[in-house]
Design a protein around this ligand. Structure first.
Ligand code: NZQ
Ligand code: ZN
Length: 393
């Protein structure tokens, strides 16, 4: 491998069926006020809320509830959460939910004592946390596997007024201090969210895999992770309470985006740029905004990175290359990937997410083009063609 890097991940993970037991020990490190961050009510229905509150009460904490974090959290909600944190004197932000709650908690943590408007500073100007500024500690109890937010310093926030959905990397201060990963907590996920999460994991690995031509350890790790996600994904959609499949998905999700795989690589991330644009216009489920553009984008990249797509076909999808040229092998890999996507039930047409022909111009303009992306940088016309193809699928 050719890149140089520093590796440091400050998040402590507790994994397994009994992992919530570790919460009490973590709570003892922080002051008495806990801002309990949760979404639209799933944790109240499936009992996780009661389990977490029991630990908080036993530890003598004052619970300040900050509920209603929406999927694709908005900057308006972040501003509200920052105000709650300041006014309540929160000592710890505890996110109990999926990537949206974790991302929101990280954004609130960095915004509560920020002297400027957080959207402007972190998302428009892409500036880091000001030197000396207080950042609140974040802990996560994860209920959905997908984003990897539980072990990274990124928070993706949407501004519905400007139709922008953007990520910001807050650096080491933005990582959760701890994350509790109990695969059983994901059993109650609706099928649609399970499928979206599985694809999000797979896509994160692909975004880092499809880049560079050097012999890179990261690619070998990625291939192993992808094989695990394909296998576990198939089982989990058929049997949502299969512990082994759920635990493998949860662990793979963390490793897919806890910064390890991207080290020493350029990375691609164009599928996520398409997905963020679709998300900003439709508020659609994150994983589905990725699945609908992936195949049109990869088919377009394939001629420029044929060797990697061929390797993907052989190693990840077990395509037998005998008697076929590189392109044919590579295409067979994408065909098998498409069959798997249908099997796990992800969306292959942008129309299903509410994208229309009339939106295409604005949607295309809104996609951030990464010049150093994969094997060939797109131009604006190429972006539009991929979105049009995603609409026709
Ligand atoms: O709102 P609640 O009631 O919690 O319900 C959620 C939500 O409706 C539900 N859910 C979660 N766990 C459940 C459950 N329902 C029943 N049982 C459970 N155990 O599922 C729905 C989706 O939850 P959400 O947190 O929005 O999903 P996800 O984890 O996919 O997070 C998506 C957000 O993360 C961002 C996305 O853009 C999106 O805003 N991402 C964050 C990344 C990061 N921090 O590195 C990277 C990703 O690429 C992604 O962009
Ligand atoms: Zn993602």
């Amino acid at each position: 491998m050719l890149g140089s890097f520093v590796y440091d991940n400050p998040t402590r993970l507790y994994f397994g069926e009994d992992s919530l037991k570790a919460l009490a020990g973590e709570l003892s490190k922080y002051g008495p006020v806990v801002q309990l961050i949760c979404g639209g009510g799933s944790i109240k229905r499936n009992g996780i809320y009661d389990q977490v509150c029991a630990v908080l009460k036993e530890a003598g904490k004052t619970i300040v509830e900050d509920a209603g974090v929406m999927p694709n959290p908005t900057i308006g909600k972040v501003r509200e959460g920052a105000k709650i944190a300041r006014e309540s004197g929160a000592d710890l932000l505890l996110a109990v939910g999926g990537g949206s709650c974790c991302d929101y908690a990280k954004a609130v943590a960095a915004s509560a004592f920020c002297d400027e408007d957080p959207w402007d500073r972190y998302y428009v100007r892409n500036m880091g946390i000001a030197s000396g500024q207080r950042v609140l500690p974040v802990g996560c109890v994860l209920t959905m596997a997908g984003t990897g937010s539980e072990m990274n310093g990124t928070a993706v926030i949407t501004n519905p007024e400007t139709r922008q959905k953007l990520g910001h990397k807050f650096g080491p201060q933005g990582f959760p201090r701890f994350a509790i990963l109990n695969p059983v907590f994901t059993y109650s996920l609706p099928a649609w969210q399970l499928s979206a999460g599985i694809f999000d994991i797979f896509c994160h690995i692909c975004e880092q895999y499809f880049s560079g031509t050097d012999d890179n350890t990261s690619d070998y790790i990625s291939e192993g992770l992808m094989r695990s996600v394909i296998h576990a994904g198939r089982i989990a959609v058929k049997n949502p309470t299969d512990y082994e499949a759920r635990s493998n998905l949860m662990w793979a999700a963390t490793w897919a985006l806890n910064t390890l795989l991207g080290l020493g690589k350029t990375g691609d991330w164009m599928v996520h740029k398409f997905g963020q644009s679709i998300g900003a216009f439709t508020d659609a489920t994150h994983g589905m905004t990725l699945s609908c553009v992936t195949l049109p984008y990869y088919r377009r990249m394939l001629p420029h990175g044929t060797a990697k797509y061929r390797r993907f076909a052989e190693v990840v999808w077990n395509v037998d290359p005998a008697g076929r040229d590189d392109t044919a092998v590579a295409l067979e890999g994408l065909a098998r990937m498409e069959a798997w996507m249908r099997e796990i039930g992800v969306v292959l047409s942008a129309a299903e997410l509410g994208v229309t022909e009339a939106m295409l111009d604005d949607l295309s303009e809104n996609v951030i083009i990464l010049e150093k992306a994969s094997y060939k940088a797109l131009d604006r016309a190429g972006v539009r063609e991929i979105l049009a193809e995603a609409l026709r699928a």
